[in-house]
Every structure is written in structure tokens, then in C-alpha cells.
Design a protein around this ligand. Structure first.
Ligand code: ANZ
Ligand code: ZN
Length: 881
């Protein structure tokens, strides 16, 4: 390679953004920032690469920047590989914040939302994210929510949407119902912070529990999901194998039931049952509380505990209320009669809302028993530990043990044998059976809110709830000038909306449902709409579903590990059950990206978060608090306004350019780990990108060599160069395709570039080999840093050259590490060295052809008649005339 002066690139990184955005847009008719996307190239395979759509808050934060950089880089990579890429974007646009913002700002949720959407779209362009805007969807637009309503009606027709009076969590500040998950462990609303109250309301539920078994079982198929997420889902579904047992009641009272069913996972403890405990909403308790004032009082006193759900057993009261004149008869021995209590610790909605109390074997039951029967109360124990262990321990809670003499005919059996035996005996007598229970509850979707998809149901005095006919969909949200944000459901205050006629019997006094749907409903199926976004006949066509589903990779935050993903899996299973899609699992690979943290400065004396202008950094990197000269504590915490530790993606891009920002955010941490944002470190990435531009400038001053040097003629440095470059290529490939180790991609880029820089002014690498390695580098970096790739290509090949983004991803070629040198002897004289694979001398024809075709071979052997060729290890001998 000839020496020449290094030409410094004239461009600065930031200015590249505007230049290339405008060029790309021109070349794609404003459709895209990636010319490859609409190039007419035969496609190899499809890839549906999805990132979780954002709530249109109006500002792109660092978390967005991170997830969309990951997603965009992957999509660009697959475009270079000529995949049919689906990479859509949309807006999860319904929900409380828009409604609250509208109330605060005296605007409408609609206006607020659409202005936010356009702001965020601009920011996405600024970060060079190239989404399929022709697939864009917005959940608050009638074209979309028409199909959300249709989905609801399909569920309704199939018995999976039903109404039930339910105790709901009521937020007295926001005046709305909250899902259980929206109530924190202190019983407060996640949003307003108010103590949540309970109310009874007629609500819409979706029957997710009907799919509980499949939702649990199919988690086993999700090998490409983080195990953390599948574990969280498994716990949430809470499958529990046990039995249900029936206890007859002995009483002189008039009760709605003459027996009590309980769910137990420990049937073998049946002879240790000393009482039954019932939940507050058990039918027997409901009935008795009507006439028993003391019971009413007890329930009122403990309702709070009953409400704060028995999530933390220890905190729930051990108090009970004994029901007089009431006994439960042991189903295996009618001589054993036990008392019945009402107890706050029994969960009304789990199992049968009734527990068989075994003080000898369950800690909770033990404490309850002593608390209510006196500390000296007798405790019956029917299981002992196996072996020589002390058997006096109370309660004995091990699941594994041996039945003792208190266990009647079970004596001597191991617990698991006894368990099966009890269930068998009870099954035969009709007093019990195997049962699998789930913790998961049906999905409450009613919201007493304005800004959501109206539930497409009309209530008729004669017909009950009636589906709005398809031709009347969507049921549009009525326009409002002003939202008050007080009282019940806003839609119920709009008579023109409420009053209608019954689609079934025509009764003119029918009323529309005034609730709107939980926004999780909008997001539970948006990925299906993306595949056929303009379809005005159906949610999506089966053909498109077949072509593009399942989602190959879904990228988003861990905060959606449970609900959103569970709802989506549920809807997929439902759509499969009605034949609309083929895969019951809609998401092949799940990628959960880590959070972005910011450096947080804290006053060590007061614990107060410090604003950037309240301290100064000294040369040791310490932060000295101006007010008191103390050294601030520095920690890394989730970015938030109140901690003054946020960083604005837009600012960073305007200062350093989109390429640097993108590469920096990928480089700083593996995608699934916490990223500690540190803008200062971006200089490393900037330095790297300048090196790339530098090489382009230098090469542009050299004549372009096109003759391709054959591999077998590579000299030592070229072989070493070739192999090193090939190693980077396969590592980068593997990272994009398999490991998603995108931080490694950036370090491979840097190493690749360093190798090129090192060889730039050595003469050891052939110009063409070098240049082609550089052009490959530009293709490789273009998914992450498209402007520098383009600019370098333009510097190198001129303004009219074809966009580098139109290239194909370089094929990897074999390493040539195992080439060996053959001394070629002609008529007894050593003439030249030929490099080839060790197997060259295994095949006479190959050996002959290879040597004759090589440059040296031609020179020495062209016009000669070869009498004989002898192949040896490391040498080839010719006898010629
Ligand atoms: C008798 C027994 C003996 C129990 C023993 C446990 C230990 P998982 O595994 O979570 O499903 N239980 C049943 N229904 C309940 C309800 N509505 N509210 C509160 N607790 C309830 O738990 C099943 C166990 O939880 C059941 O097994 C029952 O107590 C209790 F040594 O029955 B067990
Ligand atoms: Zn009717």
C-alpha cells in the first residue's frame, strides 16, 4: 500500500444527521430513512421485529431511546440481509394520563394526544429510527378501536366476556376502579396515592381463567424468553394441585348450603382438621351476617384486613368469629365434628373461600387455633418426621413425613401415599376429588373513564346486555368540550350517548354501556393489527396472519413481564380457538431491555437530591456541595425528575449526533442489563467514528484498484489481516442474530477499525484487499451508525455513488489459517512458493490446476510440457521439457 497523507474529514458528526435524513427521504419518497426498505430486491425470509409501542406522553426518554435503538439496529441488519422485515410503530394512546392532562390544561384528550404523537415522531426521526410508518396505528382512533370493540364482541359471543357484581378497588381521588395490580402493597393507588376503598359494582370481566391451564403449560414452549419472565408468569397464574373435599354441616339453622367445600393441597392431613374457616363472602357467612349483629361487627372491624388481601399472611389478623350452633363433619369419620369460624385470612376468591384448619401442620392455622381457643388448646398432629428426628415439634409443616397413630387407617403411610389414598376414598364416597386451582383471576376490564374504547354493549330491560351489531361499529366516543374529572363514568353524563334503542327488540329505552375498556385491552392485540393495518373488513386476515406471525422478536421493558404479555398470550389463545391464527404462542423470542439509570447526587447529611447547579466536580471526580463543602454521595438510580438525574435524548443527539448517541447507548451495557448513563464516555465512540471517516478520506486520495488478488497468493500479513477481519465479521453476525450482544458489536466495530487504521499506512496489505475490507466495515456499521457509513462511502466513492445502505450484508468466507507453503521445484531448482490447503496434494488434478493457474505457475510453467509431477509434504516437484 502506498504511503499518502492522511486527509482529515471536514465534516462534523452532528451535521451528518440533517444531510442524510433529507437525502434518504428524497430517495424513498418520504417513506423511510432506509433506502433498502423499498428497494426491489427478492426477499429471503420474513422477520417480525417488534418493540413495545409507547404511551404518547410527548417526550422520548432515555428508556425509549435505548429500546428503539436496539430495535432499529436489528431491523436495519435484517434489511441488509434482504429479509422481509416488519418493524412497525404505533401509539398506546388511551388511558388516564391523557384524561388528567386534559382536565388540568383545559384541552381535550384527543388534542393533547395527537400533539404528543407528532412531537414523538419527530424525536424518533431525530434518532434515525426507521419504522414502518405505513403500518402505524393509534389505539384511540376509531379505525383501530372499532376492532378492539369487535374483539370484545367475539369474546362476548364465546362466553368469555361477562358481567358480575364485584368488589372493586375504588380510587376516591381519581374516581375510578383500579385493577389489583394498580394497588400497591400499602393499599394505595399506584397513581393518586389514595387509600383504596372497596365498592360493589357490576363489571365486565374477561374469562382468562378458562385458559389458565394452557397459559401455564405453554410457558414450557417459550425457550427464547428470559426465564425470569416465564417464572413471573408461572407464579402469577399460580397453578396448584390438590383436592376439593366436602364437609357436611350439622346444624339446626336454616342455611343456603348443607355442606362446605374446601380446597386443600394436603388431603392427608384430614384427621388433623380441627376447624373450618370461611371467608367473609362465603354464602353461609353472607346469610348469617344478616341476622347476627356480632358477626356484622366482627366483619366491619376486620374488613380492612380482608381487603388488603392476604398477600402477607403474617400481617393478617389471627382473630376469628366462631359460628354458634354449627358443626362440620369430617368426611372420613362422621364421629369427628369440628367448629366453624369466619376468618379474615381466608381469601374469598380462591378455591371455595373455605379452609380446613390443621393446627398441627400449618403455621397460620396453628396461630389461629391458639388465638381463638386459648393458648393451652389441644393440637392434633397426624404426621411425624421420617427417621430419628424429634417428633414433638408443633406445628410440623414438612410436606414429607410419615402418618402416625392419630391418622387412623393411614397410619404408617408416607404422606404422598396417604394423600392419594384419602382422595381415592373420598372420590369413592362422592365426598371429594382431585382438583387443580389457579391463583389468576378473570380480567376486570371495565373502567369508569372517558378516554378508552367504549364497551360495545346496549343494555335492554327485556333482552339484557345486547351486542352492538357489526355494522354499527365503532361505537364512537362522543366529543366533549370539557372533562370535569369528577363523579362516576363521564360517558354516563352524556344523554345523547347513553339513550338508544335495543338492536334486538327495538325497545327505545335501552341504554348504552358507559364504561370504557382497560387500556391493556388495546395493547393485548395491536401486534395482530400491524400485520394487516388497513383491513377494513376484519381485525386482520388469516392470510396475513399466516404470512407474518408469530412475532420473531419482541423488545420491551421488564415492567410488562406479567400483565401485558399474559393478556397478549390469552388473546392469542382465544384467537387460535376461533381459528383466526395458527400459533397459540404469539411471541417467539422476548427481549427485555434493562433500565437506564442516571448519576444521582445526594447530600449525605440530609439525604436530599441535588440539582446539577448545587455542586461542583473536582479533579478527583468528587462532587463538592457548594452550600456546605461536603462531598456528595453519588449513586446510580432510575432516571426521574425528582432526582435531577435525567438526561434528554434530544439534547444528546443535538450535541453529539444520532450515530454517536446510538452507538454509545448500545456500547454502555449489554441490552438486558441496567445502563448507567454517562454522557462523558461518548467521546470514545466519537473518536471511533472519526477514525472511520479518516480512513475514507485517506483512501479517497488513492487510486482505486479493482484487480482481485486470489486467496492463495496472500502473503503472511494479508492472511493474518483476512482472518482477523473474518473473525470480527462472524462475531458481529452472531451478535446480531443470536446473542444480541450489541455492546460487543460496537467493540468489534472499534477493533475492526483499529486494525484498518493500523494497516492504513503500512505497505503490507494489497490495496484492493484493504479497500474491500473497509467497504465491508461500512456495511457492518450501517445498522447502528448509518450516517457515518453513508458519509464515508460518499467520501470514498463520490457523491453519485450508490447508498451503502443498499448493500448486502457481507458473506463470511473461510479463514485461511491452515494454508501451508509448498516449495515448487522445477527440474531440480526451487522456483517459487505456492500457498494452499494441506489437502491440495491429495488430488493430482487439483494440485496441477491450482499451480498452473497461479501467477507464479503461469510465469514458470506456461509453455512447458510437463513430463512428471511429484507431490510431497510441503513441496511439488515438476520435471518439464
Ligand atoms: C389443609 C392444609 C394443611 C393446608 C396443611 C395447608 C397445609 P396453595 O398451595 O397456595 O394452593 N387454602 C385453601 N383455600 C384457601 C383460601 N380461600 N384462602 C386461604 N387459604 C386457602 O395453598 C393451598 C392451601 O391453602 C390449602 O391447603 C389450604 O390449606 C389453604 F398442613 O388445606 B391447606
Ligand atoms: Zn331488547
Amino acid at each position: 500500500m502506498s504511503k499518502s497523507q492522511v486527509v482529515k474529514p471536514v465534516v462534523d458528526l452532528v451535521s451528518l444527521d440533517a444531510k442524510w435524513i433529507s437525502k434518504w427521504k428524497q430517495s424513498t419518497n418520504n417513506r423511510s430513512l432506509n433506502p433498502k426498505k423499498y428497494a426491489s430486491i427478492p426477499k429471503t425470509k420474513k422477520i417480525y421485529s417488534l418493540s413495545m409501542f409507547p404511551y404518547p406522553s410527548g417526550i422520548l426518554h432515555m428508556g425509549h431511546l435505548r429500546v428503539y435503538t436496539i430495535a432499529d439496529s436489528l431491523a436495519r441488519y435484517y434489511h441488509l440481509k434482504n429479509y422481509d422485515v416488519i418493524h412497525p410503530m404505533g401509539w398506546d394512546a388511551f388511558g388516564l394520563p391523557a384524561e388528567n392532562a386534559a382536565i388540568e390544561r383545559n384541552t381535550t384528550p384527543n388534542e393533547w394526544t395527537s400533539s404528543n404523537i407528532s412531537k414523538m415522531k419527530q424525536q424518533m426521526e431525530l434518532m434515525l429510527a426507521d419504522f414502518d410508518w405505513e403500518r402505524e396505528l393509534t389505539t384511540c382512533e376509531p379505525e383501530y378501536y372499532k376492532w378492539t370493540q369487535k374483539l370484545f364482541l367475539l369474546l362476548f359471543e364465546n362466553g368469555l366476556a361477562y358481567r358480575k357484581k364485584a368488589e372493586i378497588n375504588w380510587d376516591p381521588i381519581d374516581n375510578t376502579v383500579l385493577a389489583n395490580e394498580q394497588v400497591d402493597s400499602n393499599g394505595r393507588s399506584w397513581r393518586s396515592g389514595a387509600i383504596v376503598e372497596k365498592r360493589l359494582l357490576e363489571q365486565w370481566f374477561l374469562g382468562i381463567t378458562k385458559f389458565a391451564n394452557d397459559l401455564n403449560k405453554d410457558l414450557d414452549l417459550l425457550n427464547d424468553w428470559p426465564s425470569k419472565v416465564t417464572t413471573m408468569q408461572r407464579n402469577w397464574i399460580g397453578e396448584s394441585h390438590g383436592a376439593e373435599l366436602k364437609f357436611n354441616i350439622e346444624t339446626n339453622l336454616n342455611l343456603p348450603l348443607n355442606s362446605i367445600d374446601v380446597f386443600t393441597t394436603r388431603s392427608e392431613t384430614i384427621y388433623s382438621v380441627q376447624y373450618l374457616a370461611l371467608a367473609f363472602d362465603h354464602p353461609i357467612v353472607q346469610q348469617l351476617s344478616k341476622s347476627d349483629h356480632n358477626l356484622q361487627k366482627f366483619m366491619d372491624n376486620h374488613r380492612q384486613q380482608q381487603q388488603q388481601q392476604q398477600q402477607q399472611y403474617d400481617e393478617v389478623s389471627k382473630e376469628g368469629y366462631r359460628l354458634s350452633n354449627l358443626w362440620a363433619i369430617n368426611p372420613l369419620d362422621s364421629d369427628i365434628k369440628v367448629p366453624i369460624f369466619v376468618a379474615p385470612y381466608v381469601i374469598g376468591s380462591y378455591g371455595h373461600g373455605a379452609v380446613m384448619g390443621c393446627p398441627g401442620h400449618d403455621t397460620r392455622d396453628y396461630e389461629f387455633w391458639l388465638n381463638n381457643m386459648g393458648s393451652e388448646a389441644k393440637v392434633i398432629k397426624t404426621v411425624d418426621p421420617i427417621g430419628e428426628v424429634d417428633s414433638a415439634e408443633l406445628p410440623f409443616t414438612d410436606k414429607i413425613g410419615i402418618m402416625n397413630e392419630n391418622a387412623g387407617s393411614l397410619k404408617g403411610l408416607q404422606t404422598d401415599e396417604a394423600r392419594e389414598k384419602v382422595i381415592k376414598m373420598l372420590t369413592e364416597s362422592g365426598m371429594g376429588s382431585h382438583k387443580t386451582n389457579y391463583k389468576i383471576r378473570d380480567w376486570l376490564i371495565s373502567r369508569q373513564r372517558y378516554w378508552g374504547a367504549p364497551i360495545p354493549i346496549i343494555h335492554c330491560n327485556h333482552c339484557g346486555p345486547v351486542a352492538v351489531p357489526d355494522e354499527d361499529l365503532p361505537v364512537k366516543l362522543p366529543k366533549v368540550d370539557k372533562l370535569l374529572g369528577k363523579g362516576g363514568s363521564p360517558l354516563s353524563q352524556i344523554p345523547e350517548f347513553v339513550n338508544t334503542s335495543c338492536p334486538s327488540c327495538g325497545d327505545p329505552h335501552a341504554k348504552r354501556d358507559t364504561d370504557t375498556m382497560d387500556t391493556f385491552m388495546d395493547s393485548s392485540w395491536y401486534m395482530f393489527r400491524y400485520i394487516d393495518p388497513l383491513n377494513d373488513k376484519e381485525m386482520f386476515s388469516k392470510e396475513m396472519a399466516k404470512k407474518y406471525l408469530p412475532i420473531d422478536q419482541y423488545i420491551g421493558g421488564i415492567e410488562h413481564a406479567i400483565l401485558h404479555l399474559l393478556y397478549t398470550r390469552f388473546i392469542a389463545k382465544f384467537l387460535k380457538s376461533i381459528g383466526m391464527i395458527e400459533d397459540g404462542e404469539p411471541i417467539k423470542k422476548l427481549i427485555s431491555q434493562g433500565m437506564v439509570h442516571g448519576k444521582t447526587y445526594i447530600d449525605p447529611t440530609t439525604g436530599r437530591f441535588l440539582k446539577p447547579n448545587e455542586f461542583e466536580l473536582n479533579s478527583k471526580g468528587e462532587a463538592i456541595i457548594k452550600e456546605n463543602n461536603k462531598i456528595a454521595t453519588i449513586s446510580s438510580e432510575k432516571m426521574s425528575k425528582s432526582k435531577y438525574n435525567g438526561a434528554d435524548p434530544e439534547e444528546c443527539i443535538l450535541k453529539h449526533g444520532a450515530d454517536s448517541t446510538r452507538a454509545h447507548i448500545l456500547f454502555q451495557a449489554p441490552i438486558n442489563e441496567i445502563l448507567d448513563w454517562d454522557e462523558k464516555k461518548i467521546v470514545g465512540v466519537e473518536r471511533w467514528l472519526r477514525k472511520v471517516l479518516n480512513i475514507a478520506s485517506t483512501l479517497s486520495t488513492r487510486p482505486k484498484v479493482t484487480t482481485i488478488k486470489p486467496l492463495e497468493e496472500y502473503n503472511e500479513s494479508e492472511i493474518q489481516f483476512h482472518n482477523e477481519i473474518q473473525n470480527y465479521l462472524s462475531s458481529i453476525n452472531d451478535s446480531f442474530e443470536r446473542t444480541l450482544s450489541l455492546n460487543t458489536v460496537i467493540s468489534d466495530y472499534m477493533k475492526y477499525t483499529n486494525k484498518l487504521t493500523l494497516e492504513l499506512n503500512n505497505n503490507s496489505i494489497n490495496d484492493q484487499i484493504y479497500r474491500s475490507a473497509f467497504e465491508n466495515l461500512l456495511i457492518l456499521i450501517s445498522p447502528v451508525t448509518p450516517t457515518v457509513a453513508e458519509e464515508s462511502n460518499e467520501i470514498l466513492n463520490g457523491v453519485n455513488s450508490k447508498s451503502i445502505l443498499l448493500s448486502n450484508w457481507p458473506e463470511s468466507s473461510d479463514l485461511i489459517s491452515n494454508l501451508i507453503s509448498y516449495n515448487v521445484m522445477i527440474n531440480g531448482k526451487m522456483r517459487f512458493v505456492h500457498k494452499s490447503t494441506p489437502d491440495m496434494i491429495l488430488n493430482e488434478q487439483k494440485c496441477m490446476n491450482e499451480i498452473m493457474d497461479s501467477e507464479q505457475g503461469k510465469k514458470w510453467l506456461q509453455d512447458k510440457t510437463i513430463n512428471k509431477m511429484i507431490m510431497k509434504k510441503g513441496a511439488v516437484v515438476f520435471i518439464v521439457k
